[in-house]
Design a protein around this ligand. Structure first.
Ligand code: MD6
Ligand code: FE
Length: 217
């Protein structure tokens, strides 16, 4: 399977939309980065297959996940954490492809976070009906670095809340190639994804793939 990010929806213009202090949506940003991103996603997933992790409470997550980079995010009955080793395979996560690293660094810089060097990339796959409940990203050692989140495939409604779970959340539609960057005073905002609507994406079919880059260690 090969992909070309430039094939679809070429009507979308790059644009920067601030959504909160320290948080921005870079519309269509991933389309401007040349070379191999989707082929690299396919290769990482082939090396470290997607799987449905179990929460500490014992529920199987509907989002399928894998990782690349020095550290990978994990959930199991013991809790949430980062680990250098993929527990399903007993070996380190695949290295972060250059195309991923370049995209993450350029997006962070465009959002005002120059010098971002992620050591972890979580890959999430949603099929129609899959959702991600409101949560904070707080398992990283240092919250000084931002998070860069790349949306590919079917569009999704992203919930972007406040620092308390009960704060009112904005609803943002994220489409193929959109990148969300947040850090600074927004780093610990609650967020989630509504159940994915059915559809067929010209490049990715009936799914949404999200790449979330962090500085975890
Ligand atoms: C998703 N994203 O968009 C899930 N976390 O599929 C996240 O949980 C997320 O997009 C932190 C920062 C950006 C995100
Ligand atoms: Fe998150």
């Amino acid at each position: 399977m090969t992909f070309d990010l430039f094939d679809a929806q070429d009507d979308v213009e790059p644009a920067t939309e601030p959504i909160a202090d320290g948080a921005v949506v870079l519309r269509a940003f991933a389309r401007a980065v040349p070379g191999g991103l989707l082929a690299d996603v396919t290769a990482v997933i082939a090396a470290a297959p997607l799987r449905h992790l179990v929460t500490p409470g014992g529920l199987r997550m509907s989002v399928a996940m894998t990782n690349c980079g020095a550290l990978g995010w994990l959930s199991d009955r013991r809790g949430y954490r980062y680990d250098a080793v993929d527990p399903d395979r007993g070996v380190p996560w695949p290295p972060m492809p250059d195309s991923f690293m370049r995209l993450a660094r350029e997006a962070a810089a465009a959002a005002g976070f120059a010098g971002f060097t992620p050591d972890a990339c979580l890959i999430n796959r949603y099929v129609p009906g899959t959702k991600l409940s409101l949560h904070q990203d707080r398992d990283e050692r240092d919250h000084g670095a931002p998070i860069v989140s790349v949306s590919l495939g079917l569009p999704a409604v992203f919930l972007f809340g406040g620092l308390k779970r009960t704060d009112r959340a904005q609803r943002l539609s994220l489409r193929h190639g959109d990148v969300v960057v947040w850090g600074g005073p927004s780093r610990l905002r609650f967020h989630g994804v509504l159940a994915l609507a059915d559809g067929e994406h010209p490049l990715l079919g009936r799914q949404r793939i999200n790449l979330t880059f962090r500085r975890a260690g």
